[in-house]
Every structure is written in C-alpha cells, then in structure tokens.
Design a protein around this ligand. Structure first.
Ligand code: ZN
Length: 101
C-alpha cells in the first residue's frame, strides 16, 4: 500500500459541507463526501495561489487578470496560458507573468 496521509479538505476547509451549495445534496462537499478531509499521497504538495498578470494598454501598466492554484510556477504558467488562450486575452498568452501570492 502506498504511503498516504489525510489533509483538511480544501474545498470545505474541513467542515464537510459548503455553505452556499445547500441547494445541492444539502451542501455536502463533493470533494471529500462530507468527511472534511481528503486522503492524499504522502508526498503530496499543496498548491499555492498565483496571480496572473498582464500588461493593459488602457492603464499602461500591469494588472492581475485572475488567480489560480498550482503546485509550481511552471504549472501556474501552463494553466494561465491555457486560460488566457480561451479568454479575451489570447494575444497576451506569451507575455503574461505569474506571481505567487
Ligand atoms: Zn470537503
């Protein structure tokens, strides 16, 4: 059996229910099935929050477009690029920067 550990569920923050989703299955957290924790591999690295920033013409400066979670800067860049290409900032998909929050 692989080494695993229990971590507090990041979706519901250990509560097992998500306030605001009470209209769906009484708000039971689907990420942990209401247990409040998740079983992960022992070498699991929690993801960090990154801000994705691009240059805006209209303000002539750098601004944050959105935030995302990633386990590394490389992953953050990969996710950010995919998201930018889907949205209205596709032309910035090669010039954005990510910054760990
Ligand atoms: Zn949960």
């Amino acid at each position: 059996m692989a080494d695993t550990k229990k971590i507090e569920c990041r979706k519901c923050l250990g509560k097992g229910r998500i306030h605001g989703y009470s209209h769906i299955l009484n708000g039971v957290c689907f990420a942990c099935d209401g247990k409040g924790y998740q079983t992960v591999k022992a070498n699991y690295k929690p993801s960090a929050m990154y801000s994705v920033k691009i240059y805006f013409d209209h303000i002539d400066g750098i601004g944050t477009v959105f935030g995302l979670r990633a386990r590394s800067e490389a992953e953050a860049k990969r996710k950010a690029k995919a998201q930018l290409l889907r949205g209205c900032y596709a032309d910035q998909a090669d010039t954005f920067t990510v910054e760990k929050r």
